[in-house]
Structure formats: C-alpha cells, structure tokens
Design a protein around this ligand. Structure first.
Ligand code: ZN
Ligand code: ZN
Length: 277
C-alpha cells in the first residue's frame, strides 16, 4: 500500500495521475440503458447533451428517444432500433377501483388490474416480448364452456379455478362500487332536474294566470313578454309567425326561440309525476 503523499514527497508522476483521475471523475459517462426489455444498448447522456463525442463510439446518443414521465414507470430511454416497437406499444398506467392499477397499451392490450403498481412495468415488458415473439403467450384460461372432467383435474387446473373465483369476487365488488357511483350520480341529476322542473312550471303557471285572470296581460304585445312566452310556454306555429312579424324577429331569432323551447319542453310539457319515494 502506498502512503498518501504529502506536498513534500509528491512526485511528478503521482501529480499527473491525480490530475488525470480527477479529470476522469469529472467526466464520468452517465449511461442510460434502452427501455426495451432484452436490449442492453446504452448511451452517454452527458456527452450527448453537451453535443460532444461520447467516451466510447458505442455510447453515442444519435437516434435515441426519451420517454416522458407521464408514461409507464416514469418514462425511460429508447435506442434507435426499438423506437418503432416501443412507440407502437406506448403504455400508460390507468387507475381502477379498489386502489388497483392496470396498464393500457396503445395497441389496445390491457393488463389485469394489479394492487401493486410495481408489477405494471414487468407486465408491459411481458406483453411486448409476447408481441414480438420472444415469449410464447401463456395458455389461455380454460373457458367455462369447456368443462374439464373431474379425473383430468390437476393441482394446477384447480389453482387456476380458485384464482378465477377470487378474481370474480374482486370484480363483483368493483362492479358494485361502479353501480353505486352511477346510481348516486343519476339520483343527484334526477333531483336537480326535478327541482328545476318545478321552478319553471311555477313561473309558467304564474304567466298563464296573469294572462287569464290577474291583469289579463297580453303576453304578445311586448317583445320581451312575447319572447319569454315563446320560450317558456310556447306559441303554436301560426301565432309564432304572427308574433315574429309584429316584433320583427328574423328567421334566426325564430329558429333560436324554437330551439330553446324544444330544450325546455321535456321539463315543462311533461307533468312532474316525480313522487318522492
Ligand atoms: Zn433497444
Ligand atoms: Zn401493446
């Protein structure tokens, strides 16, 4: 073992070594490996970013692509050879109920939901390897229609069945949750629309009452009144033509009024039969 030299004992040679060591340390390559599963190609990010020649020719960043962090597993780097295949199978994580995640691939493939997010990347890698033929696809789970005779069952087929059963249990819970969420949303909208309907019908009734009994108001005489009546209650075609002529509504206004009337029709025309249950 050499002792650490002091300033007094330091030789020219040692000084040279120190300088070249520190130089190498400052210029360490920062290698990134290709995202594609079996690919071991690497490139040097530092020299690539600086636009300098890489420390070794095979570490050149020419043609490499960087995948953003929104992609699966926080992104990564793709070598020129695998840009096409990774682009065709660009994947993203998708959250599903019960705190589970799955991978959605650009080719429409989806993984089964997983509780552990760390499994998403390996599942995608398995998918890409299967698609490229490097892996053979796992045998499909036996369809329920093709029932296996009892004598043919093995430990494995039983385990598969139990797994299927557990999956079904989880699926049922998720379906239940989704149905509940949909019911809640529907119920909220039903109540909101019921309230709007009652309020609009109350206004329409007030207008009819004022026309027939209260002050015998002529809702066609004033252009604002006529407009409100046309939208909230509606005129028949002949009356609408007459009102439009009186107040000089052009065809666009008439069309607009008809459109608004049609939008309100379901909540004003249909009687509010919505009994609280
Ligand atoms: Zn590659
Ligand atoms: Zn895919």
């Amino acid at each position: 073992m050499t002792e650490t030299p002091t300033l007094a004992t330091l030789t020219e040679e040692q000084l040279g070594e120190l300088i070249s060591d520190s130089h190498a340390f400052r210029n360490q390559p920062a290698l990134r490996t290709c995202l594609f599963p079996p690919c071991m190609r690497q490139y040097d990010v530092i020299s690539c970013m600086k636009g300098e020649a890489p420390p070794r020719p095979e570490w050149s960043g020419d043609g490499w692509r960087v995948l953003g962090s929104a992609a699966l597993a926080g992104g990564g780097h793709i070598c020129p050879e695998h840009v096409a295949i990774v682009t065709a199978h660009m994947a993203r994580p998708v959250e599903v109920p019960n705190g589970r995640w799955m991978v959605a691939c650009a080719c429409d493939w989806m993984s089964r939901p997983q509780t552990y997010g760390g499994l998403l990347r390996p599942l995608w890698e398995e998918h890409v390897l299967t698609v490229t033929g490097a892996l053979t696809a796992p045998p499909a789970v036996t369809e329920p229609s093709e029932r296996l005779p009892l004598a043919d069952h093995t430990e494995q087929t039983l385990a598969d069945l139990y797994e299927l059963l557990e999956d079904t249990d989880a699926d049922r819970e998720q379906t239940h949750d989704a149905a509940r969420a949909m019911y809640k949303a529907w119920d909220w909208h039903r109540h909101a629309l019921g309230g709007v309907s009652r309020a609009v019908v109350a206004v329409c009734n007030m207008m009819r009452t004022s026309a027939d009994f209260l002050d015998h108001r002529d809702w066609m005489a004033d252009r604002i009144d006529a407009y409100l009546w046309a939208v909230l209650i509606g005129f028949d075609d002949d009356t609408l033509t007459q009102v439009a002529a009186t107040h000089r509504w052009d065809e666009h206004r008439v069309k607009y009024v008809r459109e608004m009337r049609a939008l309100l029709a379901p909540i004003t025309t249909a009687p509010a039969t919505d009994k609280e249950s």
